[in-house]
Design a protein around this ligand. Structure first.
Ligand SMILES: N[C@@H](CCC(=O)N[C@@H](CS)C(=O)NCC(=O)O)C(=O)O
Length: 327
């Protein structure tokens, strides 16, 4: 398949596929080890030992940056940021000349695929961000964001810079069941749902994805009409996982992925909720709209052949949200 015809996120050697019905199926992550506070997993939580490779455009990587920030672990876990431009033949690349991008300070590589090759010379699957790298073992610990955020939430408490960071628990024991239940429908229908809509290559697959997406958004709207956050009065992991998709929605997914039945701005509860999370201390600094817009619209040429970055809409995430007073 040539580059123009192949939807992005379906690499030449990757395992994400477009199935017979034209539907996008995301590949499974490959490195699934865990960092633990006591080191029983072989990867002990330590200050300065671990490193994150991220893209500021990628919603999955964005979750890990938010956890690192909210847990005040910036001095404990270092970060490198790849170029927002993704060439689907060569994969993520380091290009420190671009604003807010860095070199690979750990391994000195030009391409992220070389980090994967260093961890596993036979690696032939998708090269994705985020990557949690162990500087001591010179090994990828984990490249699955849903697992990395759990580690950052609970295993590095001894090293959090602030008391708030140390005490913050976004996946508390008593809410785990509810958080898991919410993640279970938000992931396929919303987080991955926008990709399913955007990368569909048949009307049928698009219709199914976009209907699932807006049904799930209506369900979220209904929950948020009754309470401040997805599982009640406190911010949890479920909100962070939803936020990274909502914050990209009106600027990118609405037109780029044809998710245009409604904008988030059109939902009377979800729009203030999105601003509420955006205005939570530390979160705004993790949002880079330039990287987000340019990455999707300039890299994903199969759905935006001329790479033109669209203008709008004007959005003010800093407008007062009123949710604290309402609930
Ligand atoms: N399951 C992974 C998915 C990560 C993922 O799909 N990342 C995308 C960026 S949004 C990527 O790196 N794509 C590179 C490629 O497909 O070549 C996670 O949540 O960590």
């Amino acid at each position: 398949m040539d580059n123009a015809a192949r939807p992005e996120h379906v690499g030449t050697t990757g395992k994400s596929v477009i199935d017979k019905k034209g539907a996008f199926q995301r590949a499974q992550s490959s490195f699934r080890n865990w960092v633990t506070a006591d080191g029983s997993s072989g990867y002990k939580a330590e200050a300065g030992r671990y490193h994150l490779y991220v893209s500021l455009a990628c919603p999955w990587a964005h979750r890990t940056l938010i956890l690192r920030k909210l847990k005040s672990l910036e001095d404990v876990i270092s970060v490198n940021v790849v170029d927002w431009m993704l060439n689907f033949e060569t994969g993520w690349e380091f290009n420190e000349k671009r604003d807010a991008c860095t070199q690979d300070t750990e391994n000195g590589f030009k391409f992220l695929k070389d980090v994967y090759k260093k961890a596993d010379p036979d690696y032939d699957k998708r090269v994705t961000v985020p990557v949690l790298w162990d500087k001591q073992k010179k090994m990828i610990v984990n490249n699955e964001s849903s697992e990395i955020i759990r580690m950052l939430n609970s295993e590095f408490n001894a090293f959090c810079k602030t008391q708030e960071g140390k005490q913050l628990d976004l996946y508390p024991e008593e809410l785990r069941k509810e958080i898991d239940e919410i993640n279970e429908w938000i992931y396929p229908n919303i987080n991955n749902g926008v990709y399913r809509a955007g990368f569909a290559t048949s009307q049928e697959a698009y219709d199914e994805a976009v209907n699932d997406l807006f049904k799930a958004l209506d369900k979220v709207e209904c929950i948020l009409s009754k309470q401040r956050y997805l599982v009640g009065p406190t911010l949890t992991e479920a909100d962070i996982r939803l936020f990274v998709t909502l914050v990209r929605f009106d600027q990118v997914y609405e037109q780029h992925f044809k998710c245009n039945k409604k904008r988030i701005m059109d939902y009377p509860n979800m729009w203030p909720y999105l601003r509420d999370i955006y205005q939570t201390d530390g979160i705004a600094q993790t949002v880079n709209m330039e990287h987000i817009k340019k990455h999707y619209m300039m890299s994903q040429r199969s759905i935006n052949p001329y790479g033109i970055v669209s203008i709008g809409p004007d959005i003010d995430f800093t407008e007062p949200h009123g949710r604290a007073e309402k609930f």
